[in-house]
Design a protein around this ligand. Structure first.
Ligand SMILES: C[S@@+](CC[C@H](N)C(=O)[O-])C[C@H]1O[C@@H](n2cnc3c(N)ncnc32)[C@H](O)[C@@H]1O
Length: 341
């Protein structure tokens, strides 16, 4: 599939709205302000996303930030490959919904105004909240940065970011948003399958790299493809850091994935770290009229191969806080943190 390097003007979906603002992706019903984080700059498009900023994003993006903070301490250039980039920026409120979707039980619970009095967040969690807030003005969070914008915010000029996105609509939004960063050759947006597409960038010229693999697992084969991707990537670039998000749901493939990743890392002689966050029970409940109710995503995990040596210490105080503050059902809220290799 054609690689689309981020360049203004390449997106067919680009429209001009009153005031000269370029809006990429789906046309909004009315012109909106990007919550003030680029006060006089170009207009970014950001889709309303029901899941953005939920408990899974809190876990995933906290791990991503802590990892990048460590990896960008060395001067040598870093390559970040995001296999499933998404649209890049999301609205948590606005035209489409009166509510903020799942962020209400995620990032929004961690903002200063929502925290129980006297709560001091663990540094890794505070760094996550600070980064999200830096995309917003004031104390509210109306814009949520996805992994591409989080990574871009933490990279230095000589680092490189490759973003893969397969869905045409998300791809257009992502390409439009990234183009307006004016990041030049630092960021490439590729309309390709991320599992396959990363191969050609491994190993990166600097021999320093992070691969974030964050599929939606809507297709059952994603679980197997994660393992194939890791196997091949470790063969090409054994010292790279690989961070995989996965859902913890009652499904055999999901249950097996962390176990299989542990086996893979151990056989390759690589250290690994595994963090999980549970916010509620996975039990399906039945209403009095017999209607069955699924609970929504109850838990998720991050599995990191070749993690920074600082990551475990950073997550140790952050995970119990996430479980406590994001619990939807205190009886089942839990976390785990283990490492090996
Ligand atoms: C969970 S979302 C990614 C969220 C993003 N990583 C973040 O943290 O903001 C998964 C994305 O992967 C895209 N996708 C699905 N299959 C893909 C594939 N094989 N290669 C690249 N992107 C894919 C979907 O369209 C969706 O936008």
């Amino acid at each position: 599939m054609a690689a689309i390097m981020q360049q203004a003007g390449l997106q067919r979906g680009t429209k001009r709205f009153p005031g000269g603002a370029r809006v990429h992706g789906r046309a909004p019903r009315k012109r909106h302000s990007p919550a003030g984080w680029l006060p006089s700059g170009p207009m970014f498009s950001y889709r309303h996303a029901f899941h953005a900023g939920n408990h899974a994003d809190v876990l995933k993006h906290t791990v991503l930030i802590a990892t990048l903070q460590h990896l960008t301490q060395k001067d040598a250039a870093l390559a970040v490959l995001d296999t499933h980039a998404g649209a890049g920026l999301f609205r948590l409120d606005g035209d489409y919904a009166a509510t903020s979707g799942e962020a209400a039980d995620g990032i929004l619970r961690l903002l200063p105004a929502a925290l129980p009095k006297g709560t001091e967040l663990a540094p890794a969690l505070q760094a996550y909240v600070d980064l999200v807030q830096s995309f917003n003005s004031g104390s509210a969070a109306k814009v949520y940065p996805g992994s591409p914008f989080i990574a871009h915010r933490l990279l230095r000029a000589h680092d490189r970011l490759k973003l893969f996105e397969l869905h045409p609509t998300d791809m257009r939004s992502l390409a439009g948003n990234i183009a307006q960063l004016d990041a030049g050759r630092q960021v490439a947006v590729l309309h390709e399958d991320g599992f396959e597409g990363i191969r050609k960038f491994l190993p990166p010229p600097s021999r320093r790299g992070l691969v974030l693999c964050d599929p939606s697992y809507e297709i059952k084969t994603d679980y197997g493809r994660v393992l194939e991707m890791l196997t091949e990537a470790l063969r090409r670039f054994a010292t790279g850091t690989y961070a995989v998000w996965y859902p913890i749901i009652p499904r055999p493939e999901a249950h097996d994935l962390p176990r299989r990743m542990k086996t893979l890392a151990t056989r390759a002689g690589k250290p690994w770290l595994h963090a999980t966050l549970t916010v509620k029970s996975s039990r399906i409940t039945t209403d009095t009229d017999g209607t069955q109710r699924r609970p929504g995503l109850p838990a998720s995990g991050m599995f990191v191969i070749n993690p920074p040596h600082t990551l475990k210490a950073a997550l140790k105080p952050a995970l119990p806080q996430m479980a406590e503050l994001l619990a939807q059902d205190a009886q089942h809220a839990a976390h785990s943190l283990e490492s090996g290799g």
